[in-house]
Design a protein around this ligand. Sequence first.
Ligand code: IVH
Length: 669
Amino acid sequence: MSPAKRAAELRRLIDRANIAYYVHDAPDIPDAEFDRLFRELQSLEAAHPELTTPDSPTQRLGAEPATALRKHPHLRPMLSLANAFNDEELLAWEDRNARLNSDARHSGYTTEIKIDGAAVNLTYAGGTFVTGATRGNGTVGEDVTINLRTIPGLPLVLQGSGHPPLMEIRGEVYFSRAAFDRLNTDREQAGEPPFANPRNAAAGSLRQLDARITRSRRLGLFAFHVEAIEGELNASSQWEVLDQLAAWGLPVAPHRARHPDLAAVQKAVATYEGMIRTLPFEADGVVVKLDSLALHDDLGTVGGREPRWAIARKFAPEVAVTRLLEIRVNVGRTGALTPYAVLEPVEVGGVTVSSATLHNEEIIAQKDVRVGDWVEIVRAVEVIPKVMGPLRDRRDGTAVEFVMPEECPVCGTAVERPADEVIRYCPNVACPGRVLEGIVHFASREAMDIRGLGYERVRQLLDATLIGDVADLYELQAEQLIELERFAEQSAVLLIKGIADSKARPLSTLLFGLGIHHVGKTVAVLLARRFRTMAALQEAGVEVINAVPGVGPIIAEAVHRFFRTPGNGRLVERLVALGLGMTEPDAPEADGPFAGMKVVLTGTLPTLSRGEATDLVQRAGGYVSGSVSKKTSLVIAGSDAGSKLEKATSLGIPVIDEDELLRRVAPRP
Ligand code: IVH
């Protein structure tokens, strides 16, 4: 046999094996046999360079890395898709189409799984793959031909017949979950950041300048659309297009279906959604297309961007499946031990999640979550991600049950579990874990609101032994901070100022900031209003605290115990000495005699100073303003009242004197 004939034969055998392997998932020859054929072709081409054709399977890998990706203008624009998130939106889509062409309601639909990958445009001329490009801006993409050539499922030469002489085939390049997991494991071992999701990984892999990298990534491809540029496509429906693509040797996504009407589509969507998580790749919805190609032509596009004839029916995005790598235990400011899941990073509803709370050991047991499990993660809008539960059928016997530690994971002190509580506590008030959380909480916006003092900074200050508790914050000097890494002079000065400003916060804020067990914001306000000063609260007995409306025996006991714990008593003393405000300003009476009123003071009152009068009005719920207007409710006038009194009289606003003021604010019998 001549070398040319043998080369052609080898190419045919290798192409066929590739299609069997990658398109039909049914290898027809052993791997070793494939490798032998491949090497034979390589050496044949090396010996006879003139036999090397651009469509040879050996040429899937470009030899030299490119220096930059070239721009590729698409022959037809690459469209995107409108989304529908529920049945109503799908129905509205049909209604719009039916208004433009009444056939739209009655000519049937095709549904396809929507693969979450990177869109590609493959140009075939005379049945040979000539150029491949990314979507880019839809009009111009980037030429990634040599990278696409490394995708084993992509036919360099089409099989079968009926190819339009020039066409663009549109498809999606994707990562299987397995290949994606392998890639990220490798990257992490190499100290490289993992990809957030298979879509990003696919796009990144396609845009490599060195095609050897792309090849090592084992990308997959699914084709779903044809734009015939020259010649005609021999199909009248989307369903036939997919059949045609498959017949040419292009991989077509599994799970496609044809439906007589939209009701049937909606039913199918539910079925797709149920099985979506079992697929070996990520899909984020179903693409619903009008089946008739004649209708595609007739309906056209919206602004040249989206076809009217197709829509993406998206699934609820906030659920994801990932691996639970480890269960760690966090020590909170109260000493509570909270287990949380360390997850293989996964995108849930648009954010990358790498950990999720597990609340407590009872919940872990209830959900039967084990270390090493595949777990389902949910994230409601703006809510912390949560582990729903394990995928039991993915267990291979290696997952391990979690046991809560008997010792604090930070300081090693034996933990305590109060009777009838599911939570264990580290009882050591000096536990570094508790201290860190405690200071971060103290500085948080809800508490003392010290800007720029988050986890990272607090950890840094603790590590540098500049602080050990919250009182130490008030002794910090800007010069000490500037010595630290990542502290510019300006941020040091700002932080010191922020700390100093926080001294003026009311008692209720400080009480909340101290992180007393069971004292949340509301209870802190109740206590501060009742006792007014830190000293009064410190001295109060359990029964007195218990008597405060809204405060029960458990809270009273916790507050009482807090002040009698030696370290805490000393801490409060230091805070007093450092000049923190330890009082609660009088709260305005919501139902006081001046509630909601705008009051103006004018002239000299016989006995009260202006400040005292203002205080009385404010405590009675009123608001003191400087000038009289139509909105003024009342004027309090003394001697030598000038123009303000005149104006009030002319506007018909009531005027009272000091006697009347004192009478009105006097406690009622
Ligand atoms: S049809 C003219 N069908 O989803 C073709 N798109 O969000 C318009 N996608 O850019 C798209 N699977 O990259 C279509 N079966 C499928 C698809 C699919 C995935 C991608 C495609 C498109 C994006 C829109």
